[in-house]
Design a protein around this ligand. Structure first.
Ligand SMILES: C[S@@+](CC[C@H](N)C(=O)[O-])C[C@H]1O[C@@H](n2cnc3c(N)ncnc32)[C@H](O)[C@@H]1O
Length: 266
């Protein structure tokens, strides 16, 4: 068979595999969708889940969302904090609400989510009424006043930004965080080192962040990798590091988690 036919056949076979996997995931998700709807927390359409997670798998979406919420609670508890005690919480880069939906029954804190993708925010706004949602711009300040929040978390967001935007958003999140407030971020750390090219590895080992496809920042096509020294000495230099757990972001597989505290006087 000529090469060209072989290539076409391989491509068609791959496409067929993807379609049948998607169909299986959709059928498997039906009972989960029904039970979440009954509890007043509808599950987003598969194409929106795919936008943030590269899969339409509802079981994955719900299961990892639950794990992420538990690991946020755990890291807070280890530091003498309880999520219920905060006054206002922001989920920065909330996507389609995978984690904020886990706080639907939380008593006390005011809940906010923000994301630069207006399609995701529209869905959250209409379907998750227990929180307030805001659409922000990729590289512009938030339309929220300084010191508004005492806890902000961003799961797998700094993992998709250029170095310049990472620094911009660290500053902006520090602005909307109250003095003494906490910021939790997740990063791709040492776990990913073997997957980097030799040149990327030497950059990473020298304490520099590695960013692939920076031109696609904001989307999952852009991937950033952070050595711990860079986070401590550069990215989070205006914060105190309360705790760093390698691969501790359980609902965001293999990502490191940093709990940072904004100093009272800054
Ligand atoms: C990998 S997804 C994670 C979504 C969510 N945090 C979760 O864990 O399910 C990354 C999210 O960050 C959002 N994002 C990327 N850049 C952003 C920016 N500059 N401002 C707000 N959101 C951003 C994307 O739209 C996307 O929803």
């Amino acid at each position: 068979m000529p090469d060209q036919h072989m290539r076409l056949l391989t491509r068609a076979w791959g496409r067929l595999g993807r379609i049948s996997r998607q169909a299986r995931e959709r059928v498997r998700g039906l009972p989960l969708r029904a039970s979440e709807r009954k509890m007043g927390r509808p599950v987003p359409p598969g194409r929106l889940i795919h936008l943030v997670a590269n899969t339409e798998d509802v079981a994955w979406f719900l299961g990892t969302g639950e794990l992420a919420a538990r690991s946020i609670r755990d890291v807070l508890n280890r530091n003498g904090l309880a999520i219920e005690d905060f006054g206002a919480i922001l989920d920065f880069g909330c996507g389609v609400g995978r984690v904020i939906r886990q706080w639907a029954d939380l008593n006390g804190p005011e809940l906010h989510g923000t994301d630069y993708n207006p399609v995701l925010i529209d869905w959250c706004r209409t379907q998750l009424p227990f929180a307030r949602f805001h659409a922000n711009r990729l590289d512009r300040p938030l339309d929220l006043e300084s010191g508004r929040f005492d806890f902000i978390y961003c799961l797998s967001v700094f993992t998709h930004l250029s170095e310049h935007l990472q620094q911009f958003w660290m500053g902006e999140l520090a602005r909307v965080l109250a003095p003494g407030g906490y910021l939790l971020i997740t990063t791709h750390g040492d776990h990913y080192l073997p997957m980097l090219s030799p040149e990327e590895q030497s950059c990473y080992r020298a304490g520099e962040p590695v960013v692939r496809k920076a031109g696609r920042q904001g989307s999952n096509d852009c991937a950033a990798f952070h050595p711990e020294t860079y986070v401590r000495q550069t990215l989070a230099r205006d914060f105190e590091v309360a705790e760093m757990v390698p691969e501790g972001a359980l609902g965001n597989p293999s990502q490191d988690v940093y709990l940072l505290r904004k100093p009272l006087l800054s």
